[in-house]
Design a protein around this ligand. Structure first.
Ligand code: SF4
Length: 505
């Protein structure tokens, strides 16, 4: 059977969807044919409705599937309605994290015939096979199915054994085009699952759902590919694609399994000298791991800090780590010459201005090589979502309309704090720079005071010019040899100037 996937990833970064790549590989292994309509303006012009209809008509699939996180859902719904209107006989399936969190909400939309909750490799294969054979599709674990006007809600099945899966179908995504567009960055993932239960992350809700449906607490959520599988995949990518400059591992916590880390870092330099990037966790990071990573060829280790306020981390985010642990982890990475990246969020429920200043202060204290920031987005039914609702913060209309986590908040804190968050989103590097010594600190303190004094109308006029002011100022400071952060790559990443120069960027 021909299966068409649609990935509605608009107004955001180029993305790679691991779920679709695995499902496609599984389908192809069992004789099906797959194709992807990847909607992302950075890769290709977004097709018009007529072009989408023609695309579907020309391929003529027996099943259409989409995979979405919450901000992608509005586009998915619009495209799904368009397709259903024109091809009422083609079954339409939706999956991904959003669907797993709120399958009942999704299935209220009559355009969707099936919803995949949880992992899709085995479930979508079973669905495609049964549709092709004309068999009953209402009893497939993980798949909610609309039959005769009612929705059959099936339980989840056990997690897949990663070693039984074929390698991801990179071709589905036209990976060479993505590599060319992404300056040589290629994404990989060697494991699934995370031992933590942060309130804003969907992991804890997925775990609860599986525990409930499988009636056991031993659900085997955390799994990893063995070293040979990871090595084979890297070799395949190096053999098949040109221009790879960096591998980026999207494993939730790459540094968690110390034994694997040791084996991987010993093996990697025998494969290639292409640098790699990993996610660490300050509670799973020390000097020993930093040394392994450095010797293995790691260039950047990323840490999610989320907030510099211990109160917010503990009470709102349920993210157990102290500022001392954070500082220790960054010192360990610095000692072995690893470039560090910190990730923070602003606009959290119950967050005060003092809490935000604590985040800025922490960034000023640890001085990561780069930092990225997002505006808090509450994934439906997570604990942080419930907190946002309970605190009266959530603007449901805005939430439905948001397409990414970087430009605006769907929480309402009142006009004054909303304005502060809007200003901060555009100028966070300036605030962090104001914690620098001497003249650099003074320049940026002056600028942030001027920004804070701006009334809303003046800010509306000024905000789109911030990045160009930042660029000009950064050039002057570079000439004067003054270290500072400035915007790099996009409007939510800042890189420390001495690292940029060291790398010749
Ligand atoms: S550590 Fe990261 S992946 Fe794990 S639960 Fe927290 S946010 Fe999710």
């Amino acid at each position: 059977m021909k299966v068409l996937f649609i990935y509605p990833n608009i107004n955001t970064q180029v993305g790679f969807n691991y779920g679709l790549a695995f499902i496609s590989a599984m389908l192809k292994k069992h004789g099906h044919d797959t194709k992807l309509l990847n909607l992302n303006e950075k890769l290709r012009k977004i097709p018009s409705d007529e072009e989408i209809v023609k695309y579907v008509h020309d391929y003529s699939p027996g099943l259409i599937g989409m995979s979405v996180v919450t901000p992608q859902y509005p586009t998915a719904l619009r495209v799904a309605r368009l397709i259903k209107k024109n091809f009422s006989d083609i079954p339409l399936l939706i999956g991904g994290v959003h669907t797993t969190l709120v399958p009942d909400e999704v299935m209220k939309e009559s355009c969707f015939d099936y919803a995949c909750t949880g992992e899709g490799e085995e479930a979508v294969l079973a669905l495609a096979t049964r549709i092709e054979r004309g068999e009953d599709t209402s009893t497939i674990d993980n798949i909610w199915a609309r039959t005769n006007g009612t929705v059959k809600q099936n339980n989840v099945r056990s997690f897949v054994d990663l070693s039984n899966l074929p390698m991801k179908d990179y071709e589905l995504f036209d990976l060479q085009h993505m590599i060319d567009k992404e300056d040589g960055w290629v994404r990989l993932m060697g494991s699934r699952g995370c031992p933590f239960r942060c309130s804003y992350c969907f992991n804890h809700k997925i775990v609860d759902r599986y525990k409930n449906d499988l009636s056991t607490s031993d659900i085997g959520y955390i799994r990893r590919h063995n070293l040979k599988e990871v090595v084979d995949e890297i070799n395949y990518l190096l053999r098949t694609y040109r221009g790879i400059k960096t591998f980026i591992f999207d494993d939730d916590i790459f540094t968690f399994d110390k034994k694997f880390l040791r084996e991987f870092c010993a093996e990697y330099p025998r494969l290639t000298n292409v640098p790699f990037v990993v996610n660490g966790h300050v509670r799973a990071f020390d000097e020993e791991r930093a040394e392994m990573l450095k010797e293995g060829g790691c260039s950047i280790v990323k840490f999610g800090l989320e907030s510099g306020s211990a109160r917010i981390r503990k009470d709102v985010l349920r993210r157990p780590m102290s500022n001392e642990e954070i500082i220790r982890a960054f010192n360990a990475a610095d000692k072995y010459g690893l470039h560090t990246s910190a990730f923070v969020m602003i606009g959290l429920p119950y967050e005060t201005r003092e809490d935000i200043m604590a985040t800025i202060e922490l960034l000023g204290r640890i001085r990561p090589g780069r930092f990225r920031w997002a505006i808090f987005f509450p994934f439906p039914r997570t604990d942080a979502y419930e907190m946002s609702v309970k605190g009266g913060y959530l603007d449901f209309k805005k939430m439905r309309e948001l397409e990414n986590f970087t430009e605006a908040s769907c929480l309402d804190f009142g006009p004054e704090h909303n304005l502060f968050i809007s200003k901060l989103q555009k100028t966070l590097p300036w605030y962090v720079n104001s914690y620098s010594d001497n003249s650099v600190g003074n320049i940026y303190s002056f600028l942030t005071r001027a920004i804070e004094d701006m009334p809303p109308e003046r800010w509306e006029e000024a905000k789109d010019g911030i990045i160009s002011v930042d660029g000009e100022l950064s050039q002057c400071l570079n000439k004067a040899g003054c270290k500072h952060y400035s915007f790099r790559y996009n409007s939510f990443t800042a890189v420390r100037s001495d690292w940029e120069h060291a790398k010749g960027e």
